[in-house]
Design a protein around this ligand. Sequence first.
Ligand code: 26Y
Length: 821
Amino acid sequence: ADVCVGGRSDMSLEGLRRTFREHVFYTQGRFPMGASRNDLYMALAYTVRDQLLHRWIRTVEQLGREDIKIVSYLSAEFLLGPHLENNLINLGLYEDVRRTAEEEGLDIQVLFDQEEEPGLGNGGLGRLAACYLDSLATLEIPAMGYGIRYEFGIFDQEIRDGWQVEHTDQWLRLGNPWEIARPEITYHVNFGGRTEPYEDEQGRYRVRWIPYRTVKGVAYDTPILGYRVNTCNLLRLWKAEAVESFEFEAFNVGDYYGAVDQKIYSENITKVLYPNDEPIQGKQLRLEQQYFFVSCSLQDMVRIYKLLGGDLSRFSSHFAIQLNDTHPAIGVAELMRLLVDENGMDWEPAWEVTCNTFGYTNHTLLPEALEKWPVDLFAGLFPRHMEIIYEINRRFLDEVRNRFPGDEDRVARMSLIDESGERYVRMAHLACVGSHAVNGVAELHTRLLKEEVLRDFYEMMPEKFNNKTNGVTPRRFVVLSNPGLSRLITGKIGETWVSRPEELRRLEKFVDDPAFREEWRRVKLENKKNLARLIRERTGIEVDPSSMFDIQVKRLHEYKRQHLNVLHIIALYNRIKQDPAYDVCPRTFIFGGKAAPGYFMAKRIIKLINSVADVVNHDSDVNGRLKVVFFPDFNVKNAKFIYPAADLSEQISTAGKEASGTGNMKFSMNGALTIGTLDGANVEIREEVGAENFFLFGLTAEDVTSLQKNGYQPMEYYRSNPELQAVIERISSGYFSNGDQELFSPLVDSLLFHDTFMLLADFGAYMDAQRQVEEAYRDQERWTRMSILNVARMGKFSSDRAIREYCKDIWKVEPVPVTLE
Ligand code: 26Y
């Protein structure tokens, strides 16, 4: 290691400068004069990566120690966002590098802009995985992330004529300086075929799997550095390739085109992220993706463990594996297969190891969103896993019958196989049975899991269930995104809040300091100006930074109710149309988020937002007092400009539907006030910041359930609220669609006749809460106090706190500090 010091690991300014120049020449192959923006970005990225490598190798050495336990986070998605700026912050090099770049005549922002973000996730779940990697490294926990190296991540969104248009995300086009290919770390992954019983040398009954086809997984590693520590963990993503074997040629003489087909078919597995945030029914390729990355990851862990000379019966003392939702749940059966079939263990000890190893995090309450796979599809791809699952099920249902004699309804409800119609494998049941810990992602969510979705499992094994309220990393979402606010805070209370955000409480005593409040507003205004500039660039719309920025950014979903927000906008618009002198509080409504390409209603809602925007933004009666913006292509990269610019955060899902939400936390940590329902983590955010600093409205989860039970009639709410009628009438008349009364009729009809997510029931309460928002905003001193208190009291929602709880309650792991010498 020492040979590096003084070489490219030299952290002095002079060293960094020299390394950078070397990379321009030796890595990018350019003279400085001929270097493109991308060459310069690449050279800087390599310069920073050089700083990580030393730490990375030292950390990986620790991972190879027999006496420590490693967290292994299995996730089909990691929504990382750009690395460069984050790594500079975590290294503590941001200021030095910015200044050095400046001296070289480079604007570092331009280089940051050059980085393509790895959009290897859809939304909340994938971003949570990325925050957890950040916190694991920051807390010096030995950990690995395992996932899929999608060649195309989440699609890029364009808005054309008000509609969403999807473009493939070619994030690897210009190369990826953050990953290191490990062509020597590969595993074979099998699919299809059949199983065959045989007797081993000791005469024991065994089963072997004779697959139909085999694909190769190749490891690609990305370093994940913690904040101001030496721990630099490993994110290992798998790429699918064709197996190359010379027998293959021998057996297929002349079948060159067959070999080409096979290659293309194999590589398909990791081609593209499914752009859905709810299960896709029965897509074989998706199931192949899930098994592919899980099998590679488990084989990797078993190999590492055996290298250490470990005895597989003690595997769970070396690895704690967390399942990020049910997407990797087939790992339960795969680990059993590896232990029993491939390593000769008996069933019972293998099962004990498996249960002690896995933990399962659930992320949904919508029963229709629970993952299940048709038995035929599953058994066709994984004949051996199907047998293993039947055996797990047989033993498990015996236990159920033992505990609840005569309760065959319960047995059917809890079975790993849904046999009520077409037969399905229930992945959540597999995950529950095969894990020692099951957790929800917010207090309310965990309670509802126990009471509803997983009630039978809770009744049988309450000790498994626990809550782990989500958190987000203050490094990316405050320090990186909001340097102005960070400087202001650090100036008052020092910089330790970045790793210990409980200390933000010390800001509370400054709420009564008018000069501090003035500064606070100045920072927010600056952030709003920055966003206004970006909005002008991306949409051509001019917005007024002194208006209230009212923002809802998240995936489009009916349960998230972006259209409730739209109903409020139209109500305000109607008031202005009725009385142009109406005293409306100037507001800029900003939306952002992607719709699943096949989600008809979600796409219509985007079109509605843009159509309302067109009318409102150009109506002279409105006179600029209301503006509506749909910010295209919301992603981690531009989120950095959005959260810090918000005055008001919209968290308005139907109570009982949003498992947690994490955007709610990002806004509030940046000084936005929340208007929200008692859903997900909103409940806990309100508890922390104080009810008086949160705009609450709407039905509770219990109200929603009982309304549903008693036959919810949206029409009743419609009939009794004239303002609501006028709003709906505006839409259905074709006012926002050049007279076309059909365009939005699917939306309107769904609201009037079904309204599954109870917008009409909540409309009145939402309007009232918005009225209170307006009142509060008009008193800028009061608003600022509330904003400061939100930031001061959001410490709980750091992902560091969440990860500490996982470590203590589920994984039983301790920090292992890394030294460089
Ligand atoms: C099966 C597949 C296509 C699929 C892919 C992604 C299914 C679901 C998802 C993503 C789900 C998701 O993002 N859930 C969100 O997880 C967040 C982190 O826990 C929560 O805050 C949020 O409430 C929940 O909707």
